[in-house]
Ligand binder design. Structure first.
Ligand code: ADP
Length: 605
């Protein structure tokens, strides 16, 4: 059985085709030896062995072989320069070469003793080459030519049409029985050798096809992490590789008691809708789940099937099932279905197990990925829900404390004012924590939809940030500078998100700087806009730098300086920058200052 899938090596053509191409040039190399061999052999036999070989015809034959080989070499070079190569042309080229060689061997046989010629063995050699190179369906036909050519030479010599060249005296070319005996053995040997070499080459070809199909299947099923895609592609790859009617994957449910249909190819909706199979009642699946590949050769004579009438209605005649073995045990089964007249072989069974083994890995990977996605989404949802619930009571508490602090309901003494102010600061911290958590959850919800993107001028965003932080910087005695060239830097995005990035970075710079300045700088950098936030603040200890972008991380010196802080700001900034296809880097010297550098892709004009 020939399978349809094959990998495409870069030069185009399957491995078998490439093999044909390299065999053609190998044949040409061998032929040089053949031509020279005829010339030298004639001279050697006459000069040293005293065998009376006709020198002229044999020398002409040797030269003719070398001449037509030169022509073949040119043709080969010409064909090699063609792209893509045509398999049909290569096959024709092989046929012409073999045809010419057989004629040359027939001439050689004639001049070296006809039916008694030792050159007969050359034919056998060449027959192996022909049966490897020529298409198998017509190989036997070509091989029939060899006995015909040898028989032809023998008959023409027998009838006296061609002269007989005797090598060793005492000729038997005119003995009919001898001719018949040699021809019979020669023909039988030709066919046996053809059969053997074709069987070997066919086996090799099938192995190659199987490997290619397996390679393709693994490539296809591993190219996605989407579970349903993995399952359907696995079913499709199985069907294609085994050239059968269809395939299906049933996975064990959470209890491990039922096999549920998870993916299929080539099956009708009615068949796919079959109810889950209870493992305890399916003897075939029990056997498969224990790790064996099971073949149901003829569904009409099988009493272990769970839904025989549906199988018959679907036109399924034979079923091959292999286990899908996960890391900790079976996770399901992979079935291949054959219609009427389809036969699965031992090789098919081995092949299905190989695909199932690869498929199980891909399925488990996809399942793990799906689980991770769900966990991530659940986490974000949980954070969103909790923070929303917390937000309103915190806001109410804050406004009540503000009312108290302002003295709207009566003056407070010094102690009371201090306590209320402390309470307000703690509640403000709680509010910023809630805001950060909400932002973090929002940031995790994926890439910004194209429709939500606008052209945002970073120059404008920077101006705004400067305006927001100017008062706070002044309060702390810091200089806040904005270095922005005249050129406008625009990025595709959401203005609020871009403000959030700069807000966090500039806010931190002011928060962690006691004297000196904070500088916000914009400049162009190879298709990107580079945003730098530099400060002359407390810096970041080297041992803390690797953890800076982790959620809730705060360096020791920052905690000592500023009691309040969530450790979420930089994590939010990093998430956002990455969603914009940008990068963020930090360089800092403790006690001297810190520089954050963000690169964002510029919008194309
Ligand atoms: P927070 O500022 O609320 O602590 P961030 O996530 O914004 O949280 O920052 C994490 C940590 O990174 C800070 O606690 C601090 O240790 C360090 N850090 C960030 N920016 C600076 C800066 N400009 N100077 C010094 N340390 C900084």
């Amino acid at each position: 059985m020939r399978r349809s899938m094959s990998i495409s090596p870069p030069q185009g053509g399957s491995i078998a085709e490439q093999e044909l191409v390299s065999s053609l040039s190998w044949l040409i190399t061998l032929r040089w030896l053949g031509g020279i061999g005829v010339l030298l052999g004639t001279w050697f036999s006459r000069g040293f062995l005293g065998i009376e070989l006709p020198p002229l015809p044999l020398s002409l034959l040797g030269v003719a072989i070398l001449v037509y080989n030169t022509i073949f070499l040119r043709v080969l070079h010409h064909l090699a320069s063609q792209f893509p190569r045509s398999k049909a042309t290569d096959q024709w080229f092989a046929r012409v070469q073999i045809g010419m060689d057989w004629m040359a061997i027939a001439v050689l046989i004639h001049y070296t003793g006809g039916i008694e010629s030792p050159a007969l063995f050359f034919f056998l050699l060449h027959i192996i080459i022909a049966s490897l190179l020529l298409p198998h369906d017509r190989g036997f036909l070509y091989v029939a030519l060899a006995p015909v050519l040898v028989g032809g030479v023998a008959c023409l010599e027998y009838w006296g049409v061609l002269p007989h060249h005797s090598l060793f005296g005492d000729s038997r070319y005119d003995n009919l029985l001898y001719i018949f005996g040699v021809l019979s053995f020669f023909t039988a040997t030709c066919y046996t050798m053809t059969y053997l070499s074709m069987a070997i080459s066919r086996r090799l070809q099938r192995r190659e096809d199987e490997l290619a199909a397996l390679y393709r299947s693994v490539q296809t099923i591993s190219s996605t992490l989407e579970l349903s895609d993995v399952l359907n592609r696995l079913a499709e790859a199985t069907t294609m590789a085994l050239r059968c009617k269809g395939a299906a994957i049933r996975l064990l449910d959470k209890t491990g008691s039922y096999l549920e249909m998870a993916g299929s190819y080539g099956l009708s909706e009615a068949y796919k809708d079959k109810s889950p199979i209870e493992v305890a009642r399916s003897r075939i699946d029990q056997e498969v789940l224990s790790g064996r590949t099971v073949l149901v050769d003829d569904t009409t004579h099988e009493d272990r099937l769970r839904f025989p009438e549906k199988v018959a209605a679907e036109g399924i005649h034979t079923i091959l099932t292999a286990p899908l073995m996960g890391k900790t045990g079976p996770i399901g089964v992979l079935r291949a279905y054959g219609g009427a007249n389809h036969r699965f072989s031992q090789d098919d069974a081995a092949f299905l197990s190989a695909i199932a083994a690869q498929g199980a890995v891909a399925i488990e990977n996809a399942q793990a990925y799906r689980l991770l996605q769900e966990l991530d989404e659940n986490k974000s949802q949980f954070i969103r829900m909790v923070t929303h619930e917390l937000r309103s009571p915190v806001q109410v508490a804050l406004s009540l404390l503000n009312v108290l602090e302002r003295g709207s309901i009566g003056p407070l003494n010094e102690k009371q004012s201090e306590l209320v102010a402390r309470g307000r600061r703690r509640v403000e911290f709680l509010q910023s924590l809630i805001d950060d958590l909400l932002e973090l959850a929002a940031g995790k919800t994926g890439v910004l939809a194209t429709s939500d993107r606008h052209l945002v001028s970073l120059n404008a965003v920077c101006q705004e940030i400067k305006a927001i932080f100017e008062a706070r910087a002044l309060e702390k005695g810091l200089v806040l500078r904005l270095e922005c060239p005249d050129e406008e830097f625009r990025v595709w995005g959401d203005r609020k998100e871009l403000e959030r990035i700069l807000n966090n970075l500039v806010g931190n710079a002011i928060k962690y700087t006691l004297q000196g300045e904070v500088c916000l700088q914009l400049q162009r950098a190879n298709g990107f806009v580079q945003i730098q936030v530099r400060d002359t603040g407390i810096g970041i200890p080297p041992e803390a730098q690797p953890f800076l972008f982790q959620e809730f991380f705060r360096a020791k010196n920052a905690r000592q300086l500023e009691e309040t802080g969530t450790g979420l700001g930089l994590s939010i900034v990093k998430d956002l920058v990455q969603r914009y296809g940008g990068t963020i880097q930090v360089s800092s010297v403790e006690g001297q200052g810190t520089t954050f550098t963000v690169l964002l892709p510029l919008a194309q004009p």
